[in-house]
Structure formats: structure tokens, C-alpha cells
Design a protein around this ligand. Structure first.
Ligand SMILES: Cc1ncc(C[n+]2csc(CCOP(=O)(O)OP(=O)(O)O)c2C)c(N)n1
Length: 338
């Protein structure tokens, strides 16, 4: 086998996906950053310094690569709590993420009033999420309808898990988008779990993408651990939405390497063996190996990148920890009309 065989095979895959080498490096950096923030946020909850976190470990490839397929300045994202990678691609800075984690006044997601990892950043086109899972789907269809009526040529991407797909809101959101051929991409992270409920107890048909047919538009299942596959699939659905051909449902099969949230202990319903086996599928080392064999990364540049990402997260934590809390008299702002 020629020494650079890996590089050739990768450049084929890259050109099929529509990304170039510099894009692949950027996607990798976003994935590293999402992982570092997720891991450090978990530690902050253990130290009692932040209230809550919902780790995205295992979903970085899906979230980063899907958002990378959007026009980040014009399109809308309706996130859910595990969409951290997509938030970073859409332009939220590490400092802003940490202001949210610490509930500080300058948090653009809610000025300290939202729960940690409950995203919503108007200036970036990130529509405020809600804790009630599934309610984001009809709202995303509403955002897509508004953007269509306004002639904004924007695509709306909504993120949710397979558990949310069992809620009535899923049906309403998809039915409305299908009838009105709205420019929306429904992006389901199927990590196999809704808190402690496995997908087979949630749905007799675990392949969520199949449901799209019932609403009159395409549904595809893609390997959510492979950022190139995700990008390629989502790019097509985004183009379809933008050209007026209507919605799509993308199901990315992912893994959940950590508990559901900082309030959960997954060892009460999963075995250590199962978790260890899942960890072997971690999308980060897998993508790193591909970049190494494609010569888009070497041991030294990888270490430098990881150190820089670590440093970025550490200094954002220091910054957010020291930032002012919201003024007590502002507690009811945005809750009741003045
Ligand atoms: C309507 C509603 N029911 C229950 C909950 C509690 N809850 C929060 S997240 C979640 C599971 C969501 O599972 P899924 O959609 O698969 O996403 P995942 O967390 O696995 O990424 C549940 C039951 C909630 N927030 N809202």
C-alpha cells in the first residue's frame, strides 16, 4: 500500500462530502472545543460551582458538522440542551457559554435567568429552547414559516433527541412543515436513550427517519459519529430547503457517553461494560486518526490545538466565574409585562 494511501482515500471522501481540508480542520477544532467545554462543565457541577449540565460527549460530530452545513449568518437554529457543538459553530463564544453555565448577568442566553445549557441567542439567530422536550419542533416550523413569508431565504434547523420524537409536538411540527413545504431541517440525535428509557421502550420502530414519509418529505439516517457523512447529508437537505422543495428529517445515530445530565446516574440502568464498549466508538479519536492519515494533522499540531482549546476553556471559566451576577431587582425582567 502506498505511504499516502490514507491521504488519497480521505481526499476522495472529502471532495464527496463538499468540505475541503481547512474545513475538516475547523470541524475537528469545534469538536475538540465542544468536548472540552462539556467535560469541564461536568467537573464544575461536581465542584458545586455550576448548577447543572447536559453533556454532549459522543454527539460532537453530529452537532458540529450539521451546523457547519448552514449559512451561519442567515439561517436559524432551534437547539436543545445537547446542541453545544452547533452553538459554537453558529458563533457563540466559549466565554458566552461559560457566562451561561455560571448564570451571570452578561449571559446572552438569558442574563442568568435560563438554566445552564438552555440556549437562546437572538442576535445569532438561535431561538430560545425550552425544557419541555419536543415543543421546539412546532416552533421551528413557525420560524421557518415566518422566514418564508418575509422572503429571508433562510433555513431553520431544529435539534432534538429520539425521545422527543415520541411527543405529540413532533407530529404537529412535521405535519405543518410538510403541508406548507417549509424550509426546515429536523435533526434528530438518536443516542438510544431518553434519560433512562431506551429507544425500544419508546418506539416500536426505532428508525426515526422512516416517519418522514408519513408527512410527505424525505427522511435519512446517517452515521452521526462521522462528521463527513453528517455534513454531506445535511448539506443536501439544507439546499433542498433553501430551493423551496421543503423540509427533511435527518436522523444521526450517535452515542451518549455520559449520564443524561448532572442529576443522573447512568450506572443505575446501564452496565460498565456497555459504557466501555460505547466509548470505543468515540467520534473524536476516530476523526483525529482520519486527519492524521490524511496529513491534515500531526502529533505536534494536534497537541498544540488541544492545549489551545484547553486554555481557551480555562480562561473562559475564570472570566465567567468573576463576572457580575444579575441584579436582584432584575429577577422578574422578561417574566411579566412591565
Ligand atoms: C415534556 C417533558 N417531559 C419530560 C422531560 C424530562 N426530560 C428532559 S430531557 C428528557 C429526555 C429527552 O430524550 P431525547 O429527546 O432522546 O434527548 P437526549 O436527552 O437523549 O439527548 C426528558 C424525559 C421534559 N423536559 N419535558
Amino acid at each position: 500500500m502506498p505511504a499516502n494511501d490514507g491521504a488519497h482515500r480521505f481526499s476522495d471522501r472529502l471532495s464527496k462530502s463538499g468540505l475541503d481540508g481547512a474545513d475538516a480542520q475547523r470541524v475537528y477544532r469545534y469538536m475538540l472545543l465542544a468536548r472540552a467545554i462539556s467535560e469541564k462543565s461536568w467537573l464544575l457541577t461536581r465542584q458545586g460551582r455550576v448548577l447543572f449540565s447536559m453533556p454532549c460527549d459522543g454527539q460532537e460530530a453530529a452537532d458540529v458538522a450539521s451546523a457547519y452545513a448552514l449559512d451561519t449568518t442567515n439561517d436559524f437554529i432551534v437547539p436543545y440542551a445537547r446542541s453545544l457543538g452547533a452553538m459554537l459553530v453558529k458563533g457563540m463564544t466559549t466565554q458566552e457559554v461559560m457566562l451561561n453555565m455560571f448564570g451571570k448577568a452578561a449571559d446572552p442566553n438569558g442574563g442568568g435567568r435560563q438554566m445552564p445549557m438552555h440556549w437562546g441567542y437572538k442576535q445569532l439567530g438561535i431561538i430560545s429552547m425550552g425544557s419541555s422536550v419536543g415543543t421546539t419542533l412546532p416552533r421551528a416550523s413557525g420560524v421557518a414559516l415566518a422566514s418564508k413569508l418575509k422572503g429571508q431565504n433562510a433555513v431553520t434547523m431544529v435539534y432534538f433527541g429520539e425521545g422527543s420524537a415520541s411527543e405529540g409536538d413532533f407530529h404537529e411540527g412535521l405535519a405543518f412543515a410538510g403541508v406548507h413545504r417549509l424550509p426546515v431541517v429536523f435533526f434528530c440525535n438518536n443516542n438510544g436513550w431518553a434519560t433512562s428509557v431506551p429507544v425500544n421502550l419508546q418506539s416500536a420502530e426505532p428508525q426515526i427517519a422512516k416517519r418522514a414519509e408519513g408527512y410527505g418529505f424525505p427522511g435519512i439516517t446517517v452515521d452521526g459519529l462521522d462528521p463527513l457523512a453528517v455534513y454531506q447529508a445535511v448539506r443536501e437537505t439544507v439546499a433542498r430547503a433553501r430551493s423551496g422543495d421543503g423540509p427533511s428529517l435527518v436522523e444521526a445515530t450517535t452515542i451518549r457517553m455520559m449520564p443524561h445530565s448532572s442529576s443522573d446516574d447512568h450506572l443505575r440502568y446501564r452496565t460498565p461494560e456497555e459504557l466501555a464498549a460505547e466509548r470505543e466508538l468515540d467520534p473524536l479519536p476516530r476523526f483525529r486518526d482520519i486527519l492524521l492519515s490524511a496529513e491534515l494533522l500531526d502529533g505536534e499540531s494536534d497537541q498544540a490545538l488541544r492545549d489551545a482549546v484547553d486554555q481557551e476553556v480555562e480562561s473562559a471559566i475564570e472570566f465567567a466565574d468573576a463576572a457580575p451576577s444579575p441584579a436582584p431587582e432584575s429577577a422578574l425582567n422578561g417574566v411579566y409585562a412591565p
